[in-house]
Design a protein around this ligand. Sequence first.
Ligand code: FE2
Length: 248
Amino acid sequence: MPLSGDAFVEEILQTVRTKHSKDNPIIGLIERGEIDREALKGFVGQFYLFFPKPFPKPIAAMLGRCPDDPELEKMWIENVVEEGTGEISGTDSHRGLFIRFAMSCGFASKEELDTVQPLPETSAFLDWRDLLMYQRSWLELFACQGFCLEGTASERMSRIVTGLTTHYGFNLDSEDIRYWTLHMGVDEEHMKVGPLAVRKYAVTDQQQELVRQSVQKTLDQFWLAFDGIKRAFVDKDPVYAAWRNGSA
Ligand SMILES: [Fe+2]
């Protein structure tokens, strides 16, 4: 017997709580100001590869897989427009906002930022997201993006903003950290897509099981990607020397 829509959404939210990206150790280290600026720069470079650099194209690809549901379509269209232009929030493309932040964290130019190579964990995470986008059902894709990635952004961003403003010299209203402060609000809106899609369309045992498995895998892969940043730039594991000195 499948769970009711509300019960299943509640179960998924509970699963997300057990491995929420805001709880990864690297986020706490930033929040408490416990990593140096070189490690913070390493974090910034990898985070750029997670979202700002490829976006909005992944969001557009997700829109391309949307079923004929006007409410879901509208959510993705707004997401693409906001990511690509910042027109809805009246800011800049989110990539543009992030590049400005990166420059305030020690990157000399967009060109330098674009030379950052993905850690193995970053590559694995991006490969999984591609696999979700093109080889899994749209329902799994929307659930994972909605619940695990954008769905955990707001709380993750809040902790990062606390760290940046308390320990790294940024003002809360500074344009330099607009990328982070903006997402504390914007993603609250974007995260509705997960519950909406799941409540309405994950109605059989099989659909619910597929969503369960993909959500867990997305939480695991996203967590590993943050672990990789800690291993490479905070723990300074010798295996990651090439990424630390930029020769990877
Ligand atoms: Fe964004």
